[in-house]
Design a protein around this ligand. Structure first.
Ligand code: AMP
Length: 597
C-alpha cells in the first residue's frame, strides 16, 4: 500500500527534484538519508530544503507523515558547524514525545557528521542530566518551550551562537498555551538567524508569529488539514451505546492489526473502557490528560515494543503519539469536530503501512458522521460488527495455525491417553465431534446464549442506518453484505470512480503503458478507461464503469514499468476538486483524450 508521503508529491509549478543531490544536499547528509532508505525527497523536502539551504526563512503547512522532520532537520545540520561546541540550532516542539522523536531523527541524519550532538530537553524530567548534556557542547537542542526557557533562565542554555530555529507543530504549541514561551525564545535568539515554522493549520495567531519574527518567508503547503490520509481505510458501524464495549472487544478479537488505539471523549470513559477490555483478557491500557508524563511515556513505550496491544486514550493524551505498530484506530465516540477525526485517524497508516479507522456511531449520531464525510470528502464504508461466530472462527484459525509447531514440539502422550480413555468411556463418540467441542471450548465459545440479543440489536441498528442512508445518500452504491469487506472508500463528489495505481513519473510510466495494463491484464477495452493523471509516485485513472472483482484480482498481480500496479479505489480528494488542489503536489499529465477530460 502507499505511504502517507505519496499523498503529497512533488511541486506543481516546477519540475520536481528527483534526488537529494539535485536539491543541493551536502554529501554527508546524502549518505545519511540513503542509509535511512530515503530514495527521493518528499514534496515538503523538495521545496523546503533548497529554500533553507539558501538561507531563507520558511513557513511550511504540513502534517506529520509528510517528511517534514527531514525537511528542516537536514538543512539545520547543513547550517551547523560541528567543530564549534556551542548550541547553534534550536527546535521547539509541543510535546516531550515529539521532542524525543525529532531529536532521534536529527541524530540519525547526523550519523555521518562526527562530533555532532543533539540533546532533547523537556519538562517532567530531571534537570541535571539535560544540563550536563548541554555542557558537553551539544550543537542542536530539541525541546518543549517551557523547559527551553527554564534552561535559558538558568543560563544552562545560551543562544548567542544560534543560527537556526525551528517551530515544529506551531499550532499545537499555541493551542497548548506556549505562545508566550515561543515568543520569548524567538526574542532571545540572535537577529541573524534563520527560522523554519511548521504547522498543520494556519490560524491568524500563527500568521502573526510569522509576520513578526520571520523575514520574507517562503510559504510551502503540502497537504490540507482536512484531507485524509490515503493509506487509511475508513469505516463505521452503527452500535447502540450499551453494546459499544462488546462490539469493541469483538472488533479487537478479529483484527489483524498489530496494535490499536481506541479514542474516547472523556477521562472517565478512558478508564471505564480500558478496564473493561483488560477484564476481557485483552492486553490494554488507558491514558488520559491527567496520567503523569512518566507513566504515559512508559505506556507508549510498551505499545511501541509490543508489550501492549490496545491503548484507550482521550484526544489530549494521544497528542503527538507516533507508533508505527498501530494498524487500527477505533473512534469509540464520534468526535464532535471533523478536525479531531482527522487527527485521530492520522495515528494509523504510518510509515508506509496500511491502517483502518473504524468509527462507532449510535443510531442518533449519524449526522455527525455526515459532517465528517463532508469535511474530509471521503465516504465512510459501513461494516458489520463481527459476530461471535466470526470471533470464534478467527481464534480457531489462529489455533490451527499453531498445530504443526506444537506437534513438532512433542510431549503429547498425556493428551493421547486422555483421548483414548474418553473414547473408551463414551463408546459411539465421533472423534470429529469430540475435536469440534474441544476447539469450541479452547476458543471460549460456550454455545448459544445471551449474546444473541446484542447481535439482534446490532443488526436492527445496521439495517435502519442502511435504510436512512439510501435516502440521504442517493449516490452511494450497494452496501456490502454481512462479512464482505470492501477495501476502499468511495467519493462523495459525483462523477466516475477514480482508481489509484502505485506507479507514476518516478517510474517513467506513460499513459499508454497504463492503458495497456488495464486492457491487457484487466480485460477492459480502451473505451472503459477515461482520464489519466500521472503524478510523481502514483497515477489516477477514471474507470467510469468500475472494475469487477475478477478484473481487480487480475490487476492486483499486474506490473507496469517493473513495479506492482497495486490498484485501488482512490480515497483521497479528487484531483480537480479543491482539496487536492491544496497540495501543490500534482503535475498532471492528461492522457489521450478519451472519456472525460
Ligand atoms: P515525518 O513527517 O517527518 O514524521 O516523517 C514521516 C516518516 O517518513 C518518517 O518515518 C520518516 O523517516 C519517513 N521519511 C521522511 N522523508 C522520507 C523520504 N524522502 N523517503 C522515505 N521516507 C521518508
Amino acid at each position: 500500500m502507499t505511504s502517507a508521503l505519496l499523498s503529497s508529491d512533488a511541486p506543481a509549478a516546477s519540475t520536481p527534484a528527483s534526488t537529494f543531490a539535485e536539491i543541493g544536499l551536502p554529501d554527508a547528509l546524502q549518505r545519511a538519508v540513503a542509509d535511512l532508505g530515503f530514495e527521493t525527497p518528499s514534496a515538503i523536502q523538495a521545496q523546503a530544503i533548497p529554500a533553507l539551504l539558501d538561507g531563507r526563512d520558511i513557513v511550511g503547512v504540513a502534517q506529520t507523515g509528510t517528511g517534514k522532520t527531514a525537511a528542516f532537520g537536514l538543512p539545520l545540520l547543513a547550517a551547523v558547524d560541528p567543530s564549534l561546541r556551542a548550541v547553534q540550532a534550536v527546535v521547539l516542539t509541543p510535546t516531550r514525545e515529539l521532542a524525543m522523536q525529532v531529536a532521534d531523527a536529527i541524530s540519525s541524519f547526523a550519523a555521518q557528521i562526527p562530533g555532532l550532538t543533539v540533546v532533547p530537553v523537556y519538562g517532567g524530567s530531571p534537570f541535571l542530566p539535560q544540563q550536563r548534556a548541554l555542557q558537553h557542547g551539544a550543537q542542536v537542542v530539541v525541546g518543549t518551550p517551557g523547559r527551553v526557557i527554564d534552561h535559558l533562565e538558568r543560563r544552562t542554555l545560551k543562544m548567542d551562537e544560534v543560527r537556526f530555529l525551528v517551530l515544529d507543530e506551531a499550532d499545537e504549541m499555541l493551542r497548548m498555551g506556549f505562545a508566550e514561551d515561543v515568543e520569548n525564545v524567538l526574542r532571545r535568539a540572535p537577529e541573524r538567524r534563520q527560522v523554519a515554522l511548521f504547522s498543520a493549520t494556519m490560524p491568524p495567531a500563527i500568521r502573526r508569529v510569522a509576520e513578526q519574527h520571520l523575514v520574507d518567508p517562503v510559504e510551502i503547503t503540502v497537504a490540507r488539514q482536512s484531507s485524509t490520509v490515503t493509506s487509511v481505510r475508513q469505516t463505521y458501524a452503527v452500535v447502540p451505546f450499551r453494546h459499544k464495549v462488546g462490539a469493541l472487544s469483538r472488533v479487537l478479537a478479529v483484527s489483524d492489526a498489530d496494535a490499536a488505539i481506541v479514542f474516547v471523549r472523556t477521562r472517565g470513559a478512558a478508564e471505564e473502557v480500558g478496564s473493561a477490555l483488560v477484564e476481557k483478557g485483552i492486553s490494554a491500557a488507558y491514558i488520559s490528560g491527567d496520567v503523569a508524563q512518566g507513566e504515559r511515556e512508559k505506556i507508549v513505550d510498551r505499545l511501541r515494543s509490543g508489550a501492549l496491544d490496545v491503548l484507550v486514550a482521550t484526544d489530549v493524551a494521544a497528542r503527538g503519539l507516533d507508533v508505527d505498530r498501530i494498524g487500527l484506530v477505533v473512534n469509540f465516540d464520534v468526535p464532535r469536530e471533523p478536525e479531531t477525526y482527522v487527527h485521530r485517524i492520522g495515528r494509523t497508516g504510518r510509515a508506509g503501512r496500511e491502517g483502518e479507522a473504524l468509527s462507532f456511531v449510535t443510531p442518533s449520531e449519524q449526522s455527525r458522521l455526515r459532517q465528517i464525510e463532508r469535511t474530509t470528502r471521503v465516504q465512510l464504508e459501513q461494516i458489520t460488527i463481527p459476530t461471535p461466530a466470526d470471533v470464534s472462527g478467527h481464534r480457531v484459525t489462529k489455533l490451527l495455525d499453531r498445530i504443526p509447531e506444537r506437534t513438532e514440539a512433542g510431549r503429547l502422550d498425556l493428551y493421547r491417553e486422555t483421548v483414548a480413555v474418553h473414547l473408551a468411556q463414551n463408546p459411539g463418540t465421533d472423534p470429529a465431534d469430540l475435536l469440534a467441542t474441544v476447539l469450541a471450548l479452547a476458543v471460549g465459545d460456550e454455545g448459544p446464549g445471551a449474546r444473541d440479543e446484542m447481535d439482534a440489536e446490532l443488526e436492527r441498528a445496521r439495517l435502519a442506518a442502511s435504510r436512512d442512508d439510501r435516502g440521504a445518500r442517493p449516490d452511494r452504491g450497494d452496501r456490502p453484505e454481512r462479512g464482505e469487506r470492501r477495501r476502499t472508500n468511495t467519493h462523495i463528489a459525483g462523477g466516475p470512480a477514480r482508481w489509484r495505481v502505485a506507479v507514476g513519473h518516478r517510474d517513467g510510466v506513460q499513459p499508454g503503458a497504463l492503458v495497456g495494463a488495464l486492457t491487457g491484464e484487466g480485460g477492459l477495452t480502451g473505451k472503459d478507461v477515461g482520464k489519466i493523471d500521472i503524478f510523481g509516485s502514483f497515477s489516477l485513472v477514471d474507470i467510469p464503469g468500475g472494475l469487477t472483482p475478477d478484473a481487480l484480482d487480475r490487476l492486483g498481480r499486474a506490473r507496469v514499468a517493473g513495479r506492482p500496479l497495486r490498484i485501488r479505489m482512490d480515497s483521497g480528494p479528487r484531483s480537480d476538486g479543491p482539496a487536492r488542489a491544496g497540495h501543490h503536489a500534482s503535475r498532471p499529465t492528461h492522457g489521450p483524450s478519451r472519456g472525460r477530460s
